[in-house]
Design a protein around this ligand. Structure first.
Ligand code: ATP
Ligand code: MG
Length: 509
């Protein structure tokens, strides 16, 4: 990411693309975007950079408002599409002309199409640029070769920061309260990343209506609004809520590894590509904390966490799975820096030999892992590891493959403590060692369930929970590892040669 400084404000990605089009001397551009305000803003930015010390004006035309200059004054005699084109052709000075929804006029009249093509010569080398914006892609065949076609990606941080500066200034001008400090604006911009500019504006307005003030205290409202907007896509879910790494009991090796990777990840723009952490694959026994670890990575890396639901991808509700998957990955590229969580990845990515859709998704995923933005850290989780193809596990795709086994004695003790303290029970009050012995072969989820059930029972009887409540519940629990002994042994055997244990090995006695 480029750093903004006082003298040279950072250039947005969209602004840069347009500036480069201007520099290449192409006079006609077609931008597909429903966000006209954003197109205007990007045009101003690109224009300022391209024309440098003497910025050219940006004229705006629409069928309802006619042709207006940068000052908002209406130009007489340029209301009709044909008149607007004539005006541009005759204009003597450098300028940018933004034609809103001009696709209608191009569709309806061959004379307009002809006149539009004339503009190519009329503007070429004159430092005059015509930019059509429209929410749809409609380009008649005869003008196709004269045009540069562009689809705006989601706004990047530079654009969002710029937008927020303007928004806060407007709020203050209206007599409202807003925190204008650079730190707060950058923090708000990071929160809005992943939204279109219209959505961001909407989110800011919603937040204002609850907090009456735009600043760090608006973050929860903005996060909630973003969660709703992102989740509308159905395939990508924005996971909110903090999960401290301390909430994960045990798994010391995995936690230590993450601490080291965090450091490297933060230096990613200064490191060579092969050292920048790409991601981690966590496999293992259900209920032992795979999902919990991924949530902790998001919080610990202090980055937003997005979860790709492979079941949704394959549901058919979002079109062919391959298309839905590719689109989700592309959307995530726009969200960097972020942690991306592929949950139950084996649902989609089984062996390429099966061919067809799954094989193609797998091939795409492998390439994407190599080429994705530096700012994306991938965390994939899997239960049915034996379904995953060997290429996936091979070193190089992920930085490490971890195996999460049933928790060891010490880990069960930690997990009990985590869940008791989280629910306001002082772990000192109970004999943890006794519980740990009871809980031999339990998963973390079963330990949590034991604590919750004991608390529920006590609450129903309107009294404090006692150690005996825990013991009573514990003796009723039949752990998964007993009912699924064979499957667990199978997973263990398979993982032992292919993955690194997430826990410290028990000391041999
Ligand atoms: N190591 C652990 N430390 C603390 N809590 C744990 C641990 N492992 C599991 N839990 C508890 O059990 C719950 C379920 O664990 P989690 O969802 O992470 O399991 P999982 O490995 O992802 O299982 P699945 O394969 O079913 O998705 C967690 O929300 C957490 O409360
Ligand atoms: Mg899980």
């Amino acid at each position: 990411m480029e750093q903004a400084t006082e003298s040279t404000p950072a250039e947005s990605r969209a602004g840069k693309t347009l500036r480069e089009i201007f520099e290449s001397g192409r006079p006609l551009t077609y931008i597909r975007s429903a966000e006209e305000q954003r197109v205007s803003r990007v045009l101003r930015e690109a224009g300022q950079r391209f024309f440098n010390s003497t910025p050219a004006p940006v004229w705006t035309w629409s069928v309802t408002e006619g042709m207006r200059g940068a000052d908002g004054e209406v130009q007489p005699g340029a209301q009709q599409p044909r008149e607007a084109l004539d005006f541009i052709a005759a204009h003597r000075d450098p300028a940018i002309f933004h034609l809103k929804d001009f696709h209608d006029a191009l569709r309806d009249s061959s004379a307009i199409r002809r006149r539009f093509r004339d503009l190519y010569d009329a503007c070429f080398d004159q430092r005059k640029f015509v930019v059509v914006s429209s929410p749809v892609r409609f380009i008649p065949e005869e003008v196709e070769r004269d045009l540069v076609y562009l689809e705006l990606q989601l706004p990047d941080l530079v654009e969002l920061i710029d937008f927020l500066r303007e928004e806060t200034a407007q709020i203050i001008a209206r007599g409202g309260a807003a925190d204008e400090s650079e730190d707060t604006i950058a923090q708000l911009a990071r929160t809005l990343q992943g939204l279109t500019l219209n959505e961001a504006r909407h989110a800011v307005r919603r937040a204002l209506s609850t907090t009456r003030h735009l600043g760090s205290d608006s973050l929860p409202a903005l996060l909630e609004e973003k969660r709703l907007l992102v989740n509308r896509s159905g395939v990508v879910e924005f996971v909110t809520g903090k999960t401290e790494i301390g909430q994960v009991g045990g798994l010391e090796i995995l936690k230590q590894w993450l601490i080291e990777r965090k450091k490297l990840f933060e230096l990613r723009d200064r490191l060579s590509t092969d050292i920048v952490p790409k991601g981690v694959l966590v496999m293992g026994i259900p209920g032992c904390g795979k999902s919990l670890c991924v949530k902790a990575i998001g919080s610990y890396f202090d980055l937003p966490l997005y979860r790709i639901d492979m079941i949704e991808v394959f549901s058919g509700r979002h079109g062919p799975p391959e298309g839905a998957f590719v689109q989700a990955c592309k959307m995530l590229e726009e969200m960097a820096p972020a942690v991306v969580w592929f949950d139950e990845i084996e649902m989609g990515i089984t062996s390429a030999e099966t061919g067809g859709e799954q094989g193609r998704i797998f091939a795409f995923f492998l390439t994407w892992m190599q080429e994705k933005a530096r700012g994306l850290f991938v965390a994939a989780t899997a239960n049915r590891i034996d379904l995953l193809p060997a290429e996936m596990i091979r070193k190089g795709r992920f930085d490490e493959v971890f195996f999460v086994d049933l928790p060891l004695d010490e880990e069960r003790s930690e997990i009990f403590k985590v869940h008791l303290s989280r629910r306001g029970v002082d772990p000192q009050r109970v004999n943890i060692a006794r519980l740990v012995a009871f809980a031999n072969g339990w998963t973390g989820a079963e330990i949590e369930q034991c604590v919750v059930s004991a608390l529920t029972r006590a609450r129903l009887e309107d009294r404090e929970m006692t150690e005996q409540d825990l013991v009573n519940i514990a003796s009723d629990i039949v752990p998964l590892s007993r009912t699924m002994k064979e499957q667990i042994n199978h997973i263990r055997g398979w993982a032992s040669e292919r993955a690194l244990r997430a826990s410290r090995r028990p000391i041999a006695r």
